[in-house]
Design a protein around this ligand. Structure first.
Ligand code: ARG
Length: 464
């Protein structure tokens, strides 16, 4: 059978061409073509190394490197013809190189396999994606710090069980999100270290008989370390799973953030306004302005959790070393990276445009006995045990519910019905400002602490 009818890269031992449907079923080019830039980078480094190792001549190397540059230009110009019968991005590019260079093109694949090639490509690709994701993450965190600084004195109700609990500052609430994102940043940076290890040189599974110099390709490609075992090198996808785990946590944070934005823009809360450019209307209800961006981010979170579960499941049954199963790693990984990057970008654009409705937030904090704990703490300072204070304030709150008065609206006489320890100075602690200012320690909600935390946050971002 001529190589016309079977795949030219491996057709030698075949006596009939691959079934047309099987060829389409097993091909990955439709999705892995997005690795083309990294595939070319890897191939150019491999060719350079082969010359240093005495396997390719300098002229051959130069022809290959230049040929690959031209192929990249063809791909970017949209003139490259992707062929499904050539299976994947690797063989499409190699076939085109051979078409352009003849015999020299066929020498590129010396001392490597698609197994170490694809593992190298995904790592190079993911390394760039992580860097791009970190840029958006930084932008979002900087936006949060800015808004937190402006809103350091803005008072809102803090919630537990979504019931009014204690007054907090809006700046403090924003900085809770900042903390979550700082951990996401740490995780991605840590994950990147293990992404950035080089499998190239593992060849098909056992290494190669050519005198390859792995430290050369390692340096050319900017990897931090060389994978220590060829079997592991071609089959390890831990780095992709770790990335999806870190991405899942980050999306979970954005989803919680989204949920709050959705609640806060509702007519029931009205804590904030989102600019029209981040919302859409309804085709039937003229009054509607829907918080689509947060809703969609909340919805997209599931895709990333799905990618994590999918990749764990993909790997759990595989014997060493490479198996075709691994071709299934790409679509979930691509989707997880795209989803996280786009969601962060949308949030980084949207957060600085959040318009708090300070009066409504304040009014909500004033209702709901949010300073009840402050009254109990006041009585503790007068010498009563906390549990007794809790009970006394409980009675006062019950009275407030029945009479429709908040604690700060009661007269001194009314308050003294619950404890004769209560004096005129109680009103200072029942104010919202008194309440938040009193929580004046690292990590507390006092405006002074919010400003200090903003400074710490800025120092953190400056170190990155
Ligand atoms: N398209 C394949 C993948 O994505 C490339 C490696 C194929 N290797 C092989 N021996 N069939 O995993």
């Amino acid at each position: 059978m001529s190589s016309e009818k079977t795949n030219q890269s491996w057709g030698g031992r075949f006596s009939e061409p691959v079934d047309a449907f099987v060829a389409r079923f097993t091909a990955s080019v439709d999705f892995d073509k997005r690795l083309y830039r990294h595939d070319i980078l890897g191939s150019q480094a491999h060719a350079r190394m082969l010359t240093q190792a005495g396997v390719l001549s300098e002229a051959e190397r130069d022809a290959i490197v230049a040929g690959l540059d031209e192929i990249r230009s063809e791909i970017e110009a949209g003139t490259f013809e992707w062929r499904v019968d050539l299976e994947d991005v690797h063989m499409n590019i190699e076939a085109r190189l051979t078409e352009r260079l003849g015999v020299v093109g066929k020498k590129l694949h010396t001392g490597r396999s698609r197994n170490d090639q694809v593992a190298t490509d995904i790592r190079l690709w993911l390394r760039d994606e992580i860097d791009a994701i970190l840029v958006e993450l930084n932008r979002l965190q900087a936006g949060l710090l800015q808004l937190a600084e402006t809103e350091a004195d803005t008072i809102m109700p803090g919630f537990t069980h979504l019931q009014t609990a204690q007054p907090v500052t809006f700046g403090h609430h924003l900085l809770a999100w900042f903390e979550m994102l700082s951990r996401d940043h740490e995780r991605l940076v840590d994950c990147r270290k293990r992404v950035n290890r080089m499998p190239l040189g593992s060849a098909a599974l056992a290494g190669t008989t050519y005198p390859i110099q792995r430290q050369v390709t390692c340096e050319l490609l900017g990897f931090e370390a060389i994978g220590g075992n060829s079997l592991d090198g071609v089959s390890d996808r831990d780095f992709a799973i770790e990335f999806c785990a870190a991405a899942s946590l980050a999306m979970m944070h954005l989803s919680r953030f989204s949920e709050e934005l959705v609640l806060w823009t509702s007519a029931q809360f009205q804590f904030i306004d989102l600019p029209d450019r981040f919302c859409t209307g309804s085709s039937i209800m003229p009054q509607k302005k829907n918080p689509d961006v947060p809703e969609l981010v909340r919805g997209k979170t599931g895709r990333v959790f799905g990618a994590l579960t999918g990749l764990l499941t993909l790997m759990k049954g595989q014997p060493l070393a490479y198996n075709k199963d691994n071709q299934e790693d790409k679509e979930p990984l691509f989707d997880a990276a795209d989803t996280l990057r786009d969601s962060l970008r949308a949030f980084a654009d949207m957060v600085p445009a959040i318009k708090p409705k300070r009066e409504i937030m304040r009014e909500a904090a004033r209702r709901g006995f949010s300073t009840a704990t402050d009254l109990a703490d006041y009585l503790v300072r007068k010498g009563l045990p906390f549990r007794d204070c809790h009970e006394i304030v409980g009675h006062a709150v019950k009275y407030g519910v029945d009479s429709g008065k908040d604690l700060a609206e009661m007269s001194l006489d009314e308050l003294r019905r619950f404890s004769d320890q209560i004096e005129q100075d109680v009103f200072a602690v029942l104010t919202l400002e008194g309440s938040v200012n009193a929580r004046d320690h690292i990590g507390g909600t006092a405006p002074a602490q919010v400003r200090a935390a903003v400074q710490r946050g800025r120092a953190l971002l400056a170190q990155r």
